[in-house]
Design a protein around this ligand. Structure first.
Ligand code: IPT
Length: 956
């Protein structure tokens, strides 16, 4: 057996300890190292060889993104045979070398060599002498190299294997990427320094006092000081501070604590807070703790899991700007700097241990390490390394034992050790379904009904009555929900409403924060985002790794906007002449929120002003009468238009990551519906010769030659369409294809062209089926355009929702993507029946290209709902489309067919046509890729539709 196949915790490693900021010396070893890569574990390299002639590689980095080997993606499946603890002979291995020189003044005390992340197993030498071995890819390890350093140029050698016994417990749903991917440093440990500290800072919400207790590991006395409060004490004492400002994600107040010994001073920024479970509720500082969170991986499109401080900060700021208040560090401890950011910006963290054995589920959990005593020490070591490193992080409110590792004695032992070491934080683990150990009940991807039942404490009984009673009394979190793969998820607002209604429900974490697309050359050679299979992996899980709220370059997807609106801390509703304000913060009043109103008639501002809203306390709601100015503006608004009142709540001052003026939420009320509009009476546009072609459709609409008019019911399947949701037996896509929606053929049944009007009747059906649609198109030339009346009728027996029901026009344009799209309706983002909270009614404008959503895997996107008017402007002129009835619209520079065919973003080419999709309705998105499908109420099921559309052309 090879040494990296021996199930063992690190050898030669220091006991794990807290990450601190200290004045003891630190020498970063990040930078350029020598590197030699080998396809097998036998590299033939000598650890004392400085590798002077070898390649160079940056540290931290993964070798697969530096041109050695290739990334591989699997979700649940192991990419190698399950034969623990053995791994394949084809075991890519990296040899790293660099020269280190012990800094002057470090000759007394000790010198430690620290690695923050090496994937998956490594061995270290100094000048050819062994310093230690370790695994635990996302866990810090330190080796004592005092006796190995000479003070001159010393050769540091690290050998890293891609596969090891440890790979069996690191089967997370992500790219397999190897190497030294987090920082490396030499640390001076002065004699009589402070080797470790544990800082407990509790908050008593009844008295408002803070209790500070520091335990220090030192051979000399250690003092503790909070300078801003002029408080001093000694390590080991409990220091009382009266009226402290507590820490929360809403107000992340930190106090600087100086911990000083004879030879070293540690400075820590600590918040006072207490997590508790009382009466079946999760509480922070005595108030409800509700996670409006995301699952976050360390990932970057160019560098994989090696992420810079700037990237981490970008994530945190983006989260704060989208009302996110919590992060589950799925599925391993993050870079330690990330937690510092969470402390500082205010995010609740469920920190998860680097343990996942999901692939064993595919063999009925046979041989699962989680229950095998031989792995006990390895498990405990992992838990200890996480807890000890991050025990002082204010933001960490819960410890998670890992993800998807089944259940067994080793996990139970990890939980027991943790509770003893740190009783202040509850334990989380979703697969402890009976809550034998867990302090909260956790579920992933529940259906709405299941969540509701749990909210009511009415989940199915477990076998043991005592356990059942215990679990039933615990708060519940959704450690994963709202699978954000591709276009979706739909239904976030429904989840939120259930969480709101039941105090037992402590919210959850959307799966997941970011798409793990890696930048590279796609199958056709163009640069694009790659996913599973793109690196020639024989076994892979495709695009299941592309399921985030932000795209790989961290631009927010529409789902993030939706999530932000759904979880907004302040919610409003205009109810008649009243404004109802709901404050969902647990600790913050609305005192700093600025409210304002505006009135728009057909999207044109006709009045606006500030709103003087009395302060609403945390977790309460109040109703106010809107000021007379609002009603006055309404009655003096010009007649005719659609009149909308919008109330906006913005932040009054800046807070960490969030600028003043940041929109917290909006509420709208339609004060008056549009009066029936007649076709525009503008000068007739002579260029649009009102002629019809043989098929009974106009040859041109204004400046746009018409290339195609037809029935439109299909959509390029979303990734949610491709899967069967919880409790379903087949996907929407497969049912739709079975019904022939993707392959309708047209047969003209009648065409009548008579002067100013043309009627065309057509029947649509699919090979082998007797179901279909009858469509009647009636075009009438009017003034400077046409009116189109379309009637669509389903034929046959239908049990299926339709992707959409409407028509599509293809118009010729020189540069379709640059046409300017303006519409009156919901916007600015895309919307679907179960994902529309982020949008508001108004006039929106952007180019057609900007209206497309760049999903990494191209699919249905860009729908705009409740549209009553839309225009397309090209340099030669403008075409307006108006209707008395609201419709759904999507305008694209490519056909549905192209959208469906492209498998990578770069493969999507414009085709010289403007595809204008106008529908009476569309089906929602759901979350079937992982979770419930589209709820019935978000499915479009009409059997008949009628659209009346005026096409009006204007010259530029
Ligand atoms: C769940 C995993 O915990 C998560 O890591 C991710 O793989 C997600 O699924 C899908 O993207 S587990 C699943 C079997 C419910």
């Amino acid at each position: 057996m090879a040494v990296h196949e021996i199930v063992s915790p690190p050898t030669g490693a220091e006991p794990p300890r807290a990450r601190t900021r200290s004045d003891a010396g630190v020498l970063s070893l990040d930078g350029t190292w020598r590197f030699a890569w080998s396809p097998t574990a036998h590299t033939g390299k000598d650890p004392s060889d400085p590798g002077d002639t070898w390649d160079e590689i940056p540290v931290p980095a993964h070798w697969q993104v530096c041109g050695y080997g290739a990334p591989a993606y699997t979700n649940v499946r192991y990419p190698f045979p399950i034969d623990p603890p053995r791994v394949p002979e084809a075991n890519p291995t990296g040899e790293y070398r660099r020269i280190v020189r012990r800094p002057p003044g470090w000759d007394t005390g000790r010198v430690l060599l620290r690695f923050d992340g090496v994937d998956s197993w490594f061995e270290v030498w100094v000048n050819g002498s062994p310093a230690g071995r370790s695994s635990g890819s996302r866990l810090t390890v330190e080796f004592d190299v005092t006796g190995l350093l000479t003070g001159g140029d010393d050769v540091l050698a690290v050998r890293v294997h891609q596969w090891s016994f440890a790979s069996y417990v690191e089967d997370q749903d992500q790219w397999w990427l190897s190497g030294i991917f987090r920082s490396v440093a030499l640390l001076h440990r002065p004699e009589h320094g402070i080797h470790d500290v544990r800082i407990v800072a509790d908050y008593d919400h009844r008295s408002g006092d803070g209790l500070l207790r520091v335990e220090a590991k030192s051979t000399r006395p250690v003092t503790v000081e909070v300078p801003e409060r002029d408080v001093r004490g000694a390590a080991g004492e409990t220091i009382h501070l009266t009226s402290v400002e507590p820490w929360s994600a809403e107000a992340p107040r930190l106090y600087r604590v100086l911990i000083a010994g004879e030879a070293e001073t540690i400075s820590a920024d600590i918040g006072f807070r207490t997590v508790s479970v009382e009466d079946g509720r999760l509480l922070l500082n005595g108030a409800p703790l509700v996670f409006r969170g995301v699952n976050r991986h360390d990932i970057d499109a160019r560098s994989g899991r090696a992420v810079t401080w700037e990237t981490m900060e970008r994530d945190v700021v983006l989260m704060k700007r989208h009302n996110v208040n919590a992060v589950r560090t799925s599925h391993y401890p993050p870079d330690p700097y990330f937690l510092e950011l969470c402390d500082r910006y205010g995010l609740y963290v469920v920190e998860e241990c680097d343990i996942e054995t999901h692939g064993f589920s595919l063999v009925d959990w046979r041989g699962n390490p989680s229950d095998d005593p031989a792995w006990g020490e390895v498990y405990l070591d992992r838990m200890r390394r996480m807890v000890e490193r991050d025990k002082n992080a204010t933001s960490v409110v819960m410890w998670s034992l890992g993800n998807e590792a089944g259940w067994g004695r080793n996990l139970a032992a990890n939980s027991r050790w943790t509770k003893e070491r740190d009783p202040s934080r509850p334990i989380h683990y979703e697969q402890d379904t009976e809550c034998e150990e867990a302090g909260v009940y956790s579920r992933m991807y529940p259906t709405f009904d299941e969540l509701e039942a749990i909210g009511r404490h009415e989940e199915p009984e477990s076998a043991d009555p005592a356990r059942d009673a215990h679990r039933r009394a615990l708060p519940m979190v959704m450690c994963e929900y709202g699978h954000a793969m591709g276009n979706g998820p739909g239904g976030l607002a429904d989840y939120e409403a259930i969480v709101d209604a039941h105090p037992r429900l402590a919210g959850g974490f959307v799966w997941e924060w970011i798409d793990h697309g890696l930048e590279g050359a796609g199958p056709d050679g163009r640069r694009t985002y790659l996913y599973g299979g793109d690196f020639g992996e024989p076994v892979h899980d495709g695009s299941f790794v592309i399921d985030g709220l932000v795209f790989p370059d961290r631009t927010p997807s529409p789902a993030l906007a939706e999530f932000a609106a759904v979880i907004a801390p302040v919610r409003m509703r205009v109810d008649g002449g009243d404004l109802v304000v709901e404050n969902r913060w647990s600790f913050t009043t609305t005192g700093d929120v600025v409210f304002s109103w505006s009135l728009e008639s057909d999207g044109e501002a006709v009045g606006s002003g500030p709103l003087d809203v009395p302060v609403v306390g945390p977790l309460s709601a109040a109703r106010f009468t809107l000021p007379p100015a609002v009603r006055a503006a309404e009655s003096s608004a010009p007649p005719g238009g659609d009149l909308w009142l919008t109330v906006t709540a913005t932040t009054g001052s800046a807070s960490p990551g969030v600028e003043a003026g940041h929109v917290l939420s909006r509420a709208q009320q339609r004060c008056r519906a549009t009066a029936p509009r007649r076709a525009s009476a503008r000068t007739p546009d002579t260029a649009s010769a009102r002629r019809f072609d043989d098929s009974g459709h106009p040859e041109a609409l204004g400046h746009f030659p018409v290339a195609h008019v037809g029935l439109d019911i299909w959509r390029a399947p979303t990734e949610n369409d491709r899967y069967a949701g919880n409790g379903e037996t087949s996907s929407l896509e497969s049912r739709w294809r079975e019904a022939g929606f993707d392959r309708l053929v047209e047969r003209t049944t009648d065409v009548k062209v008579s002067g100013a009007s043309a009627r065309r009747a057509a029947r649509y059906g699919s090979a082998g089926l007797d179901t279909g649609f009858d469509v009647d198109y009636l075009w009438t030339a009017r003034g400077d355009g046409f009116r189109l009346e379309v009637t669509i009728e389903r034929r046959g027996e239908w049990r299926l929702p339709l992707p959409r029901l409407g028509i599509v026009l293809a118009l010729r344009a020189a540069d379709p993507g640059s046409a300017v799209l303006e519409w009156l309706g919901l916007g600015p983002g895309e919307s679907y029946p179960d994902s529309r909270s982020a949008n508001w009614y108004g006039r929106h404008r952007m180019t057609v290209r900007e209206a497309q959503v760049p999903y990494v895997v191209p699919q249905e996107n860009g729908n705009r709902s409740e549209v009553s008017r839309l225009s397309l402007t090209v340099p030669e002129g403008c075409l307006r489309i108006e209707s008395l009835h609201q419709f759904d619209a999507a305008v694209r520079p490519w056909s549905t067919e192209r959208l469906e065919r492209a498998r990578h973003l770069a493969e999507l080419d414009e085709d010289g046509l403007l595809w204008v999709h106008l529908a009476a309705g569309v089906t929602g998105l759901g979350s079937a890729a992982c979770g419930p499908g589209v709820r019935r109420r978000a499915q479009y099921r009409a059997g008949r539709a009628r659209l009346v559309l005026d096409f009006v052309s204007e010259r530029s």
